[in-house]
Design a protein around this ligand. Structure first.
Ligand SMILES: Nc1ncnc2c1ncn2[C@@H]1O[C@H](COP(=O)(O)OP(=O)(O)OP(=O)(O)O)[C@@H](O)[C@H]1O
Length: 391
């Protein structure tokens, strides 16, 4: 073996410097940080972030969220414990190499102001020694993925982008070398609420494709609930009070600290993270617009129901018929209350409830594609929510 081959270089295919891209578990074992002035940033922390999941750290200011995150890529060196990435102890590996394996997105984005968007996104591939063609293809692909047109935005400088576009470029840069892990420190907090919500939705869609192991820090419990597969609620000194999926955290807070942090309106928040369950659907009487009113009235009398759902010929709901309108001559079509209250079967209870309110209907019909499955009413919605807590 010659001497040059033994010398480590950035171009070596080494497991730390050349990420495989597959999501990896992050395990913290007794990881702690005492700052030189004696402040305990984080007491000993044992926490595992599952591969391919988005885990959120929330908690009051100063509780140690940022310290915890920065210990993972060793911007802050832990004073105790060890960190395993995909089972490998990375507590003492070369920090620069470790960081190339970990994407990092921060609030202020941190794009280099004197470099174009393309050059910014190409930072890590360049360090890894990718050739120009491969780098260019990857950069353009990523810009498109995050919603930036390479032809329009690729050659601009960061100052020539909006806040939301800069944030997208920051996400593209973090993903450029296909890292196994992504750390995100309040990445969406510098943009206005409307842009923020759009970035969050786009980011969720992106994560469905890339499935990275993500650790995400935020102050905002709404954001945590919206994005997180799991949420760690932290308290002063870097203690984890509860680490659980959003529905569990909101439905069964482990203690008063968590209950207080998630808020008194946690029942409402839970609507957003509880999917519709077809077992909760009700089956009201169903009539068609061409049916006679008298027949519909007789049927409602027999069933004892106060209303019937009106399904059009295509099987989609067109409205509802209150029992007191089901009399006299004419057809159901002439007496029905129109409402387009439908929700797809994969929607959350919140979507279903919002549709119910928006359409001013006492029900929302649940559809699987075009197929009508049944309705949710305020009563069945309540039952569904209660059941989700017990479950
Ligand atoms: N360099 C430092 N020297 C001394 N103490 C520090 C240092 N950096 C952070 N701390 C302290 O460590 C604790 C945790 O800080 P950290 O920044 O991790 O909190 P955080 O939860 O991210 O806060 P915020 O939500 O306000 O960003 C705080 O008490 C903070 O004052």
């Amino acid at each position: 073996m010659d001497a040059t081959a033994a010398a480590p270089s950035l171009r070596d295919p080494d497991p730390v410097a050349d990420p495989s891209g597959a999501a990896q578990e992050i395990r913290l074992e007794g990881v702690g940080k005492v700052y030189p002035d004696g402040t305990v940033g984080v007491a000993e922390l044992d926490l595992t972030f599952a591969a391919g999941e988005l885990s959120v750290l929330v908690g009051p200011s100063g509780c140690g969220k940022t310290t915890t995150m920065k210990m993972i890529n060793r911007i802050i060196e832990p004073t105790t414990g060890r960190i395993l990435l995909g089972g490998e102890d990375v507590t003492r590996v070369d920090a620069d190499r470790l960081r190339r394996r970990i994407g990092y997105v921060i609030q202020s984005v941190g794009l280099f102001p004197h470099q174009t968007v393309r050059a910014n996104v190409a930072t890590v591939p360049r360090l890894l020694g990718w050739d120009r063609k491969r780098t260019r293809a990857r950069v353009d692909e990523l810009l498109s993925t995050v919603g930036l047109d390479p032809a329009v935005h690729g050659d601009r400088y960061p100052a020539q982008l909006s806040g939301g576009q800069r944030q997208r470029a920051g996400v593209a840069r973090a993903l450029a070398a296909d890292p196994a892990v992504l750390l995100m420190d309040e990445p969406f907090s510098a943009v206005d609420p409307v842009v923020r919500e759009r970035l969050q939705s786009e980011f969720l869609r992106l994560q469905e494709t890339v499935r990275k192991t993500i650790v995400f820090v935020t102050h905002d419990i709404e954001e945590a609930v919206r994005l997180g597969d799991r949420i760690a609620v932290m308290s002063t000194g870097g203690r984890v009070e509860q680490f659980a999926p959003p529905a569990e955290l909101l439905g069964r807070p482990a203690n008063a600290v968590v209950a207080d942090f998630v808020g008194a309106d946690r029942g409402l928040k839970r609507l957003a993270v509880t999917p519709i369950d077809t077992a909760d659907l009700e089956q009201p009487p169903v009539v068609g617009p061409a049916d006679g009113l008298a027949d519909a009235g007789a049927m409602l009398d027999r069933s004892g129901a106060g209303w019937a759902l009106v399904l059009g010929e295509d099987g989609r709901p067109v409205g509802w018929l209150p029992a007191d309108r089901a009399t006299g001559p004419g057809t159901v079509g002439s007496a029905l209350e129109r409402a387009d209250a439908v929700a797809p079967v994969h929607a959350s209870l919140r979507t279903a409830f919002a549709t119910m309110l928006q359409q001013d209907a006492g029900w929302v019909a649940v559809l699987d594609g075009d197929r009508y499955l049944g309705v949710l009413t305020p009563a069945s919605l309540h039952a569904a929510l209660r059941r989700s807590v017990k479950g």
